[in-house]
Design a protein around this ligand. Structure first.
Ligand code: 6PG
Length: 234
């Protein structure tokens, strides 16, 4: 059974509970590398959407030690904070520092959100880039304590059919952001959601009970996997 754009609801979400956050990172690294190899073998490239926040930091550091065909990787971001391009709190900066500065990947393969232009202009500019990239091969996402993902926050409406939205008054600073929509984040062969730590326990419980949280609205054309540690589950 497929919903709009072929997003399958038929494949159930795979919940994989790991002992530690490090185990989550190692499993995620292995799944990303495997997906990259398959995508490159099948299509000659690997379109990957990166998660922001701190959870994926270890994964990015692990990827920095890998020897991959980086020139076949096309990297995007699921969301970005509207800060100056070199601000250390930018998601792009976290990715650059922990991973991309350590590998030989062409600059033209890095498609970050120009959030320094402000939410409205950046969303407009990134819309075109996302439309050309779809469908993604893999989307990485984190989850906040309120069940937000990327910069899709509870109670915010994103309904004008775009793939990229400006965000104002975000409850997680900074208030102005840019985010891919649920539709864009769901237009992917593989979805990998990464959660670790006790602070996420309540949101995981609400999600598993069936509550309609932003993170639970993200589907996938193919496989949807949630990798979490015991701290976030028990
Ligand atoms: C951001 C992220 C956000 C993040 C979650 C989890 O800009 O902050 O895109 O959605 O993934 O808030 O953040 P942590 O991984 O830091 O807990």
């Amino acid at each position: 059974m497929n919903n709009e754009k072929g997003m399958s609801n038929a494949i159930p979400t795979s919940w994989q509970i790991m002992e530690t956050a490090q185990d989550v990172a190692i499993s995620a690294r292995d799944m990303i590398i495997k997906c990259a190899r398959q995508s490159i073998q099948q299509r000659g490239s690997f379109n990957l959407v990166l998660a922001g926040g701190t959870t994926p930091h270890t994964i990015y550091s692990l990827l920095a030690d890998e020897d991959c065909q980086w020139n076949k990787w096309q990297l995007y971001l699921g969301d970005e904070r509207c800060l100056p391009a070199d601000d250390k709190e930018r998601n792009s900066q976290l990715v650059q520092q922990s991973w991309l500065n350590q590998i030989d990947i062409p600059t033209r393969n890095i498609h970050f959100i120009p959030a320094e232009r402000g939410p409205i202009q950046a969303a407009k500019d990134y819309e075109k880039i996302v439309r050309e990239a779809l469908p993604f091969d893999m989307v990485l996402l984190g989850m906040g304590e309120d069940g937000h993902t990327a910069s899709l926050f509870p109670g915010h409406q994103y309904t004008n059919g775009k793939y990229v939205y400006p965000v104002f008054k975000a409850p997680k600073p900074p208030p102005e952001r840019v985010t891919l929509s649920a539709a864009a984040l769901s237009n992917t062969q593989n979805l990998l959601i990464l959660v670790s730590g006790k602070s996420k326990r309540e949101a995981i419980h609400r999600w598993r009970k069936g509550e309609n949280l932003p993170v639970s609205q993200i589907k996938a054309i193919g496989k949807k996997t949630v990798l979490l540690d015991k701290e976030a589950y028990l």
